[in-house]
Design a protein around this ligand. Structure first.
Ligand SMILES: [Cu+2]
Length: 431
């Protein structure tokens, strides 16, 4: 087993934080109107195929940002599905021969590279960089030509872990316009493991994507208008998490008001319990941006077990997993981190927290606070306070610690921020 330091819950800081959260949120209760069986509201949404064959269509679309802007973007979507940002999360199993058919509706050539995968084929021959007549490279791999072209890639997924797929053609522009997605390779050991080590098991109901990206709205505008853009002037103004900016990040998967941004980033878990909830949760961190993202999951450290789709172990298989207070995800990098939340002191109204709770007039109530410091015990909130808390659950922030990046073109405290939601142990009264 991996070892992790037992931590005390820092109640003073936790209370102050919860009470200080004053964001106005839409009620997260919508589900897709057409789905017979609604997809889970939280957690990683896999796109799967029985024979690991996927059709990705490169197309244009629009996304919404927390400052009420609308941005023109490019994206990969599955088959004839509408535009989405980011692309679908492709999930395959180690040993699968993965086939990706790329259809290109954009007005310039597009391709896909699969970093970390070996012996990639394109239309049945080894994938090759492309050059123009003068010998200058035009693409890192074979392209689907502009305005309706196609190309078919294939490879055998040999290493379990978290990977990306992204444009290999003018990536400085095309990746930043949105041509990327996650590729998850499940190990032969089983789908509930992060790699082929027995100590990488996680709770399949608590698997989360943490994918960062960035957007320069002037690049987006230039591409929309068909005008040139000088990449020397590239300067991101938006930083996104799973294609959304906070507070949209904590809205459910497939929220109806975010039609092209399907993936939420709320990590909803139960407290660790050696009997009732012994399995860890898993976060898959990916950074598609151009700067390192120091992601800080408060109140829990991440136990890093995979890096760039490879297990963190020594030459002889020694466990070399390490615990991070913040996870510094470099551009193009992935980390898989196990985590759990526990409350070892078992605080209840009968076993109160050893601090004096301030008088109600001296407290600020955020809309996510239950009115009580005890998990599963909804308390009173002041008259006139709107509470979005449902069942005495806790909300703890996770955010990019490069604070200048938690903005949407200057709108503060948006962007790459999300929450961990801790529900009271089952049975509970949570919806
Ligand atoms: Cu922090």
């Amino acid at each position: 087993m991996h070892m992790i330091k037992r931590k005390r819950v820092v109640w003073g800081a936790g209370l102050a934080l919860v009470m200080a959260l004053m964001f106005i949120l839409s009620a997260p209760n919508a589900s897709p109107a057409t789905a017979q069986t609604p997809p889970p509201e939280d957690g990683l949404i896999c796109t799967t195929s029985p024979n690991a064959t996927f059709t990705l269509t490169a197309q244009t679309g629009y996304i919404g940002t927390p400052d009420d802007n609308v941005l023109f973007m490019w994206g990969f979507s599955e088959g004839s599905s509408p535009f989405q940002y980011p692309g679908p999360i492709l999930c395959v199993t180690e040993g699968d021969t993965v086939t990706v058919i790329l259809h290109n509706t954009l007005n310039e050539d597009v391709s896909i590279v699969f970093p970390g995968q070996e012996d990639v084929m394109a239309d049945g021959a080894p994938a090759q960089p492309q050059f123009d007549g003068g010998g200058a490279m035009t693409s890192m791999t074979n392209v689907a030509p502009a305005n309706g072209g196609s190309v078919t890639y294939s490879f055998v997924a040999t290493s379990p872990g978290t990977f990306v797929y992204e444009s290999g053609t003018d990536p400085a522009k095309q990746v930043r316009m949105g041509l990327f997605g996650a590729l998850i390779v499940r190990p032969a050991l089983g789908p509930n493991f992060a790699n082929n080590r027995s100590d990488s098991e996680f709770n399949p109901d608590a698997e989360f994507l943490v994918m960062f990206s960035e957007i320069d709205p002037f690049l987006s505008q230039a591409v929309e208008r068909g005008r040139p853009f000088n990449m020397n002037n590239y300067k991101p103004r938006y930083w996104m998490l799973n294609g959304r900016g906070f507070p949209d990040t904590i809205a459910p998967n497939f929220a109806s008001w975010l039609p092209s941004q399907p993936y939420g980033a709320l990590a909803r878990i139960y407290p660790y319990d050696p009997v009732a909830n012994p399995k860890w949760a898993l976060e898959r961190f990916i950074n598609m941006g151009s700067e390192i993202i120091p992601m800080h999951p408060h109140s829990k450290n991440a136990l890093i077990i995979n890096r760039d789709g490879r297990p963190v172990e020594g030459l002889n298989g020694e466990d070399m997993a390490w615990e991070n207070y913040s996870v510094p995800v470099g551009p193009g990098q992935s980390f898989d981190g196990l985590f759990r939340w526990e409350e070892p002191e078992d605080y209840t109204p009968d076993n109160p927290v050893p601090v004096t709770i301030p008088n109600i007039q001296n407290m600020v109530y955020g809309p996510m606070y239950s009115g009580s410091p005890y998990l599963g015990v909804p308390g009173d909130v002041p008259v006139g306070t709107t509470s979005l808390n449902q069942c005495g659950e806790f909300y703890i922030i996770s955010h990019n610690h490069a604070l200048y990046q938690i903005t949407s073109w200057g709108a503060p405290t948006t962007g790459p921020i999300t929450y961990m939601r801790i529900d009271p142990p089952l049975p509970n009264n949570c919806p």
